[in-house]
Write a protein that binds this ligand. Sequence first.
Ligand SMILES: NC(=O)C1=CN([C@@H]2O[C@H](COP(=O)(O)OP(=O)(O)OC[C@H]3O[C@@H](n4cnc5c(N)ncnc54)[C@H](O)[C@@H]3O)[C@@H](O)[C@H]2O)C=CC1
Ligand SMILES: O=C(CO)COP(=O)(O)O
Length: 329
Amino acid sequence: MSRISVIGTGAWGTALAAAFTRQGHDVRLWGRNAATCEEISRQHSNQAYLGDARLPESLTATPDMTVALEDAEIVLFVAPAQSTGDVAAQATAHLPQDAVLIACAKGIDNRTGQTQSEVIGEKLPDHVVGVLSGPSFAADVVRGLPTALTLALPEQEMAQALAQELSGDAIRLYASDDTIGAQIGGSLKNVMAIAVGICRGGGMGASAEAALITRGYAELVRLGVAMGARPETLMGLSGLGDLVLTCSSELSRNFAYGIAVGRGQDVSGLKLAEGVHTVSIANEIAARHAISCPVMQTAGLVLSGRMSADKARTTLMSRPIKAEHPETR
Ligand SMILES: NC(=O)C1=CN([C@@H]2O[C@H](COP(=O)(O)OP(=O)(O)OC[C@H]3O[C@@H](n4cnc5c(N)ncnc54)[C@H](O)[C@@H]3O)[C@@H](O)[C@H]2O)C=CC1
Ligand SMILES: O=C(CO)COP(=O)(O)O
């Protein structure tokens, strides 16, 4: 049994906290909203983010970092990606010396281009920093449905030991030492899911969606490898696995966001769609590495209002004809 602290009382932080509590760990949640913490601790629910899902009675949440991080052996950072630096900075004064830190948000810091583990590592340089990522809807995990994820730490043996410790009936972890690779899939699949959602919302057909997922995956691999990911990681749960889930289910907020854009609907009240905040920096990084990413680039233009969904379709369809796998020719 481990002492786990979870930073973030949104959908994913709460779902992970519930799942690890049920698997026998001693879990404490931290959230910035005192009323949400009170609801989790006393009513065993988090209506705003997880509807009627029941949380374990022994799970408590607090807005006090000192209380939340007391004796923590493992700390999961689960605030939205663009807030990870802020919450890591807030945790500095309260972290036990040997705590292992795990980045769980999916996105690239849009000010620095850093991955989540790099953001945390910069704020908290004396700690081991790992990554938890893969195909997993909070709505499934909070209900105890079976889920498989990648757990990456800088050393394979360490990852293996922690994966063993944290796996249980509902959550099965696969160990990896590719911390960069484990974050690229989760960050870029959100952008691809928005693109595929736009395609769905614009009524472009299932064949077009499959084409976008496949060509989007090719971009994810090209850019991921340029950023330091291993190709096999991108082929795994945190890459292809999460791309498939997010691009095919309307439970995905990124996919739902894309559908709304494709239909020309107002997106202002929609839930967090991390791809919206990652698309520009991802395109900037691709340009820096001279990697061709037409799907991501077109998605960026549509999301910033510089291109219509219809024009995106004709732009992608009229690109020069080329080899499907130029790198192998
Ligand atoms: N919901 C899901 O199914 C999954 C989400 N993720 C990732 O987890 C991360 C968090 O997502 P969700 O929990 O779903 O988001 P959410 O929108 O449900 O909740 C976000 C939470 O973070 C809090 N928050 C926002 N800004 C903050 C700040 N500056 N400081 C402290 N707290 C702040 C909000 O109050 C809220 O409690 C995202 O990067 C997402 O991609 C990963 C896997 C599954
Ligand atoms: O990351 C997720 C599934 O693995 C959740 O996807 P959304 O953020 O698009 O809802």
